[in-house]
Design a protein around this ligand. Sequence first.
Ligand code: SF4
Ligand code: MG
Length: 327
Amino acid sequence: MENLLEVKDLKTYFYTEDGVVPAVDGVDFELKPGQTLGIVGESGCGKSVTSLSILRLVPNPPGRIVEGEILFEGKDLVQATESEMQHIRGNDIAMIFQEPMTSLNPVFTIGKQIMEAIMLHQNLDKNAAREKCIEMLKLVGIPRAEQAIDEYPHQFSGGMRQRAMIAMALSCNPKLLIADEPTTALDVTIQAQIIELMKDLKDKLNTAIILITHDLGVVAEMCEHVIVMYAGKVVEEADILELYTDPKHPYTVGLMKSKPSLDDNRDRLEVIPGAVPNPLDMPEGCTFHPRCPHAMDICREKQPHLINNEEGRKVRCWLYEKEGEVK
Ligand code: SF4
Ligand code: MG
């Protein structure tokens, strides 16, 4: 099957007064139609900037895509014109964010906002758009959709607002949905409901999804494939089962240990010691070395490459690479 999306050696830097921040520093991944890819890492690892780059929504200045390709159905979005991007956003690629209140306009009804998106991207008149909107509200499980369509965002609960955002994003049948921390602002019960909803919609609509999260539990629920990012780089990539049963990179292992789980009764989570490095002052060698329990001399001097190890697993770590054997 052809890839829907191919990101190749993507570099997105921010040019600040204090220096250059390599927020995304040579990221590669691929996505097939209908596939769900999780991008995992702590805040500041570059996962959100990766998704903003795909939509060409990185604020410029100070941000800029400095290198790489983002091939969407074979077309390089890095080279696309702004008007081409406007067509692609919403039509082919839609995005939902953590806090729907920032993307919903408080002065317009939910229905007006979703209908506007539908009318802008599909050739439908007002009545047909209203019908489609009610259909979408029902699809995402909003009760009393016929009335709810005329309500304002503040009349919706947080969970219902996120459902409305999902309805808006999906109303134009995008080929790719990018969901950036879609459940983080919600309480645990509502989180579980939204995840269920997204799983259900993914099966029904066959939309490819990039799910961005710091929460490995959410990834396990939804994704087939995962990339783990640290300090702007991919440090591990694997199928979900492989990653869970046998994480390779010491950072992934640390993330696993700090993952809360409903059925474990550890009274304290193990948190990875240390902090994400200052992007203006990245450590030499492996950027994870100040926090890594396995750091060796070479780790402090030379950057490891993202390699395919003997088992065919992609990992960026000297433990799996022999010096001089560059691939
Ligand atoms: Fe740890 Fe070295 Fe691997 Fe970096 S390269 S994760 S410091 S063992
Ligand atoms: Mg983010």
